[in-house]
Design a protein around this ligand. Structure first.
Ligand SMILES: Cc1cc2nc3c(=O)[nH]c(=O)nc-3n(C[C@H](O)[C@H](O)[C@H](O)COP(=O)(O)O)c2cc1C
Length: 322
């Protein structure tokens, strides 16, 4: 029903990818996305111990017989161990798809391809999408200013970046940043993307193992309840507008160094906030789509609603465009 080069490449029913989310994208959420016809992606950085990561991959495989992927986060600050070790672990565990992000995966492409693993690279600018194509990635995800995680430094929205990228490369393009429902899904396809990558929407699902208070915060949030921090340190992050984020933004604006801000933006405090539900306990990354989410659903409900809603919109558009 939805046939794009992304569904063909990854062997999935719907071109809907659950973008890897550090701490959040564990076996239950990843398997639920794959079981609902999309593609779940495990966040490998959540696991400092490689054996825990291996067990999580095995647990995911027990929960789904469908394809799933794993994120190879190449931001040096996000690496719990050497990149080669992770690549070998992913290959050894037979994970069929790697989603790289952060910096260019060029040094690892030949090993990944030789192992028969598909590689989709996530970028935040058109020039990096061209690099992804040149070095042999099978597909590329372009994320815009709206996205949770790291939107790049240029402040360009998905509406501009997606068609620009589609025009620049021949490999299939997925759109990330603000996509969360049937309307934005179909808009992404209309912009020329062959799939969407959604993070924020899946954070507020029943299968996402974070504290219910954080899900409640998402449901009540408005579109301007996130902000960007870290641009001064050349690592922009879109995070929720809570006390530590506002403090970090204020310090950054006054010229504080990364070392000075680090204690506030520490990953440990963020982990505590996700798990214990104290919204102000640490930095929590989420995208502008928080303003578009008004209920906590199962992953299957989210995906079915997107797919069925898209069909209805197409019917309506047939009446509009004759
Ligand atoms: C809480 C959270 C954690 C994330 N962690 C990662 C990560 O570890 N690796 C990565 O490549 N992207 C990460 N991302 C980005 C997502 O994979 C995805 O690109 C992004 O969420 C898409 O934009 P959206 O949030 O508007 O849907 C994260 C996003 C969120 C919200």
């Amino acid at each position: 029903m939805f046939k794009t080069r992304i569904t063909e490449l990854f062997g999935i029913a719907y071109p809907i990818i659950g973008g890897a989310m550090h701490i959040l994208s564990r076996a239950e959420l990843v398997a639920a996305i794959s079981n609902a016809g999309g593609l779940g992606i495990l966040a490998s950085t959540t696991f400092e111990n490689p054996e825990d990561l291996r067990m999580e991959i095995q647990r995911t495989r027990e929960l789904t017989k469908k394809p799933f992927g794993i994120n190879l986060n190449l931001f040096p600050a996000m690496r719990p161990r050497g990149v080669e070790k992770d690549v070998e672990l992913f290959i050894d565990e037979g994970v069929p798809i790697i989603e790289s992000s952060g910096t260019s995966p060029e040094p690892y492409v030949s090993r990944i391809k030789e192992a028969g693993v598909k590689l989709i690279h996530k970028v935040a600018g058109v020039r990096y999408a061209r690099t992804a194509e040149r070095i042999g990635c099978d597909a590329v995800t372009i994320v815009g200013f709206e996205c949770g995680g790291h939107p790049g430094l240029d402040d360009v929205t998905s509406l501009i970046l997606v068609p620009e990228t589609v025009d620049e490369v021949n490999i299939p393009v997925c759109a990330g940043g603000g996509f969360c429902d049937s309307r934005s899904f179909l808009a992404a396809l209309a912009l020329g993307a062959e799939g969407v990558v959604m993070g924020t929407r899946f954070a507020a699902t029943k299968e996402c193992d974070i504290h219910p208070k954080i899900k409640e915060w998402i449901v009540n949030a408005k579109d301007n309840d996130t902000l960007l921090i870290g641009k001064a340190f050349k690592l922009a992050s879109r995070v929720i507008k809570n006390k530590p984020a506002l403090t970090a933004a204020e310090m950054e604006a006054k010229g504080a160094t990364l070392e000075e801000v680090l204690p506030i933006i520490s990953g440990q405090l963020g982990k505590k906030a996700w798990e214990e539900g104290d919204v102000d306990a640490g930095i929590l990354s989420l995208g502008m789509a928080v303003g578009r989410i008004n209920k906590v659903q199962t992953v299957k409900e989210v995906i079915d609603e997107i797919v069925n809603g898209a069909k209805q919109i197409l019917e309506r558009l047939k009446e509009v465009v004759k």
